[in-house]
Ligand binder design. Sequence first.
Ligand code: MLT
Ligand code: MN
Ligand code: ZN
Length: 291
Amino acid sequence: MKVLLLGTAAGGGFPQWNCACRMCAADLPARTQDCVAFSADGTGWYLINASPDIRAQILSTPELTAGPGPRDTPLRGALLTDAELDHTLGLTMLREGAGLRVWAPGAALQALRTDFPLQGIVSRYGAWQWQQAVGSFPVDGLTVTVFPISDKRPKYAQSTVDGPWVVAYKISDPAGGTLVYAPCLKSWPDGFDELTADATCVILDGTFYSPDEMSGATDAGVGSGAQRAMGHIPIAGPDGSLARIARRPGKRWIYTHLNNTNPILDPDSEQYKEVLAAGAEAPPDGTLIDV
Ligand code: MLT
Ligand code: MN
Ligand code: ZN
């Protein structure tokens, strides 16, 4: 299976348009908002999440170029891990197409009918198909398994339907490789070790490096203090993801959804060297991975 890292930043991207923090002002490699594409055979491609940057991501990716017919596209569908704006707004940018197959957790589908009525909006442009992501299902010869993660609701969502609001996806190729994509982790969830045990490549939530990054104490000085409520496991610290990864070698661990305050955005930082030393990495946008 082929996997393309189309975007690797959290909501807002890097640099963020309204941010003049130390990180955003530094001349570091830019990153677009989190989105990957995968393909069993390199012909038909499926997105996981659809970021607001999807147009630029497609246009800069030869594998996703339109053709050979005048309105042909290799894009077949999208799996949504949740209903967050940084993961769903991109579908509005794809309205010029004939419509896609979209899978999402039930609570996210409900939010996309009511709080943010994306389903009704895009359905007036094309023949979109919406399906609940639950259990296991085949996609182009690959097997997709849905793993419930949390009940973290988007800030805009008022619906009180039962979760899970956030899921991870495991994509298994009968030819061998297995990808786990989990860009929104509140903690290291129960069952995540079992889910990832036989994975070749795990792409996971690297939003924040330290537990207090948004407090202004350690970072770039944005100081909003809202991180804990934002519900993303930090990379560092005894309860962080990196300590777990260091104890689980033997597969490719990749951080994505990096917030603009995260010091690992600087490849020369001590923090990024620690990430590499522990057996993880944060490759740039545009990276192609054979899984
Ligand atoms: C998140 O990852 O917590 C959300 O996407 C935040 C946002 O609305 O950008
Ligand atoms: Mn996000
Ligand atoms: Zn910033």
